[in-house]
Design a protein around this ligand. Structure first.
Ligand code: UDP
Ligand code: MG
Length: 325
């Protein structure tokens, strides 16, 4: 395919501060790709409004009026980055040969989208954008991210280090991705599971254009925890191991206590009893907590609730009233 239809999907949650600039830069890119005949004239930018509370949607509407290739998708409520992205990918994939996803804050260098397209044309189904340097991220964010990737790889989850949700996927790769129906969505863990030829493109990560990160520490921890428990049962095994160890330790401590009883030093037992009660109690709580986390996940999965609801779809032809024969 010499000129593929490309759609760039941009999830937006309360992004009024950056949206006009983002739209301007991305449409500049689209125009230059078109000019060089790299992509089809049917290529588009799809802004997904993830239930924003600010003027994001009206800015997207304005954008649609000004630039015919800008499209909007309005979700009925906030469903989080991953689900919003999924909504955009599913809608975009219906009318595209390949889809690029990028955050609205343009921290990821949109210039490399050109390279993404070239790689796609060279036969790759998945092109991962990988951050080369992370100078602009705080030391805290960098070190927690590094620790996270290391931990994930250690427990057997294949993640591309320093790759967030900036990537290109071909139609057939996306078709396969959509067969994964889990409610606990962690796209960057799923996509390597899909397979197909893939490659990486390196770029420098910039600072957020404007506005604040929508991933405060609390959300980051929840996201990491979701990533771990959605792909691995190692934490449960770890609890089993801890339980086993604590039984062994208790047995030794028990033997010691009985021995002390026999020789008549009963008063020395108090400390060890208190310590073991707290130790074992703590282990039990930890174990129940982790098992609960998995049960909670199973609970969410078996309900099979929809992952997002669309309020306005200005992308698909059917809702647009566009004549097509
Ligand atoms: N986002 C979203 N829904 C949410 C939270 C975030 O669609 O509930 C979008 C947000 O607008 C941005 C992307 O997800 O385009 C990544 O968020 P952010 O840049 O705040 O995360 P960070 O780069 O700080 O990890
Ligand atoms: Mg960001």
């Amino acid at each position: 395919m010499s000129r593929p239809i490309l759609t760039i999907v941009v999830p937006c949650y309360n992004e009024e501060e950056v949206l006009p600039e983002t739209a301007k830069q991305l449409s500049g890119l689209l125009a230059s790709l078109l000019e060089d005949s790299l992509i089809s004239e049917d290529s588009k930018i799809l802004f997904v409004d993830d239930g924003s509370k600010d003027r994001t949607w009206s800015l997207i509407e304005q954008e649609m009026e000004n630039r015919p290739f800008s499209k909007g998708l309005k979700l009925a409520k906030n469903v989080g980055h991953q689900n919003a992205l999924l909504a955009g990918l599913e809608i975009a994939n219906q009318q595209s040969d390949c889809v690029v996803s990028i955050d609205a804050d343009l921290q990821d260098d949109w210039n490399v989208i050109r390279t993404f397209v070239e790689k796609y044309k060279a036969g790759f189904d998945v092109v991962y954008g990988v951050r080369d340097k992370r100078d602009t991220d705080t030391v805290f964010k960098r070190s927690t991210a590094l620790g996270f990737y290391r931990f994930m790889n250690r427990i057997g989850i294949n993640l591309i280090p320093n790759h967030a949700d900036f990537r290109l996927m071909s139609k057939r790769a996306l078709d396969e991705l959509f067969k994964y129906k889990e409610a606990n969505l962690f796209l960057r863990g799923l996509i390597p599971l899909v397979g197909f030829p893939s490659t990486k493109v390196y770029y420098d990560r910039k600072e957020r254009l404007a506005g604040e990160s929508k991933y405060p520490l609390k959300k980051m921890i929840a996201f990491a925890f979701d990533g771990i428990t959605s792909f691995s049962v190692t934490p449960i095994r770890f609890v089993t191991l801890l339980g086993f160890l604590s039984v062994v330790i208790s047995a030794i401590a028990g033997g010691y206590a009985i021995f002390q009883q026999i020789v008549g030093h009963t008063e020395s037992g108090w400390t060890s009893i208190i310590i073991s009660i707290w130790f074992v109690g703590g282990l039990q709580l930890l174990g129940i907590g982790i098992i609960g986390e998995y049960i909670g996940k199973i609970y969410r999965e078996v309900k099979q609730r929809p992952r997002y609801a669309i309020e306005v779809d200005a992308f698909s032809n059917k809702n647009q009233g566009k004549q097509s024969l």
